[in-house]
Every structure is written in C-alpha cells, then in structure tokens.
Design a protein around this ligand. Structure first.
Ligand code: ZN
Length: 203
C-alpha cells in the first residue's frame, strides 16, 4: 500500500528536516528532477496561467543541459533548490562523493534549500549538510512516477489528504509527462477549492 502522507513517526525521527511549512492557509508545490526539455515549459505555462509560484529542486547536470528552462524558472519568480548533481541516492553513495555532488550543484544554483533524491539521506550525511542547507522533505507525495498507482487514486488522495502547511511533491521528469499533465491542473483545482494558496518555502 502506498502512503501519500508521510507518517508522523518518520517526521519525528528526522525532526531536524523540514516536512511542512508554517502557514495556516497555504501549501508549497514542489517539483523534483528538472529542468527538462520535455516538461519544464509546460509546467511553467500552467503555473503562469494560474499565477502560482513553485519550488523546483533541480539536478545539476540537467541545469547544464536545459539552460533555457532553468533561466525561465528564475525569470518567472520560482524558487530553486538543490537535488544533487546526478540524482545520487544517499544510501548508495559514499559520503565524500555525495557532498561533492551537492557542492557542484551549489555552484550552479546557489540555494539554501536541499532535497535528497528518493528521500534517502542517512543521518550522518544530513549532519554534514544541515549547517549550510535547510533539508526539505515533504508531507504529501503524489506518486506521479509510479504507473501502478492510477491517477484517479492520486486525485482521491489529494481531495482527502491535502491540508494547510503541506509540502506537495510532483516531478519535472520526462518519464512522468503524460501523468503529470493530467494531474497538475486537477491538483491545482483541488487545492484552490479547499481555499488554500500556493506559497514558497522560507529560506
Ligand atoms: Zn528526485
């Protein structure tokens, strides 16, 4: 069974990481893995149409390959976070290599926000990063990347589960393109129908 909301025990255990925003009327919309040629422009058009600002956790090597999309994110007032250089998994990468990957990306995007790929970050790695970065996790995971989860199930969870203070995760990744294009407009509508607004994550 997929858990759309992160269990409280996990948040409690990693209490130094950021799981929510302090906002009684807002949620934070975040996109991981971009920028991409295939999807970023579509996402940016959609956000512009609804006057929404979001946070993009970018992969360093993708910034080099998709400079135009990255510049557009900045120019349109979105927030940028660090998501390593090659989307390394914290549990499968040696600490020095992992820290290098984060620093290489920092040279490109200069952000105080960091999100570990796959949400995998051993405590000892987090300790090395926490003085320089706010480690941003999430409250509600969309499963946009998991084709075994039907989109109508995702939208039912969005209706039922999303609430004020949540950090929502979607993906800017060509593999999720069709599903994301179906999900994003609906998730925006659901959040607005709940009377919530979209906020950036405080730095
Ligand atoms: Zn990722």
């Amino acid at each position: 069974m997929r858990r759309f909301r992160v269990p409280a025990i996990v948040r409690w255990f990693f209490f130094k990481r950021i799981w929510r925003i302090e906002d009684p009327n807002g949620v934070a919309l975040t996109f991981d893995d971009g920028p991409t040629v295939e999807l970023s422009d579509w996402i940016l058009d959609e956000l512009k149409k609804h006057e929404i600002k979001a946070t993009f956790f970018c992969v360093g090597s993708n910034i080099a390959a998709c400079r135009g999309q990255y510049e557009r994110m900045l120019a349109e007032g979105h927030q940028i976070g660090n998501h390593t250089f090659r989307h390394e998994k914290g549990t499968g990468t040696a600490l020095p290599d992992y820290l290098n990957s984060v620093e290489e990306t920092d040279k490109l995007l200069k952000s105080k926000l960091f999100r570990p790929p796959y949400g995998r970050l051993p405590l000892s790695y987090g300790k090395k990063l926490k003085d320089k970065y706010r480690i941003i996790m999430w409250t509600w995971l969309s499963y946009d990347y998991d084709k075994e989860v039907p989109t109508d199930q995702i939208l039912r969870s969005a209706e039922k589960d999303i609430r004020a203070g949540d950090i929502l995760v979607l993906h800017d990744n060509s593999k999720v393109k069709d599903r994301l294009q179906k999900l994003l407009p609906e998730i925006i509508r659901i959040v607005k129908d709940k009377g919530l607004e979209f906020r950036l994550i405080s730095v």
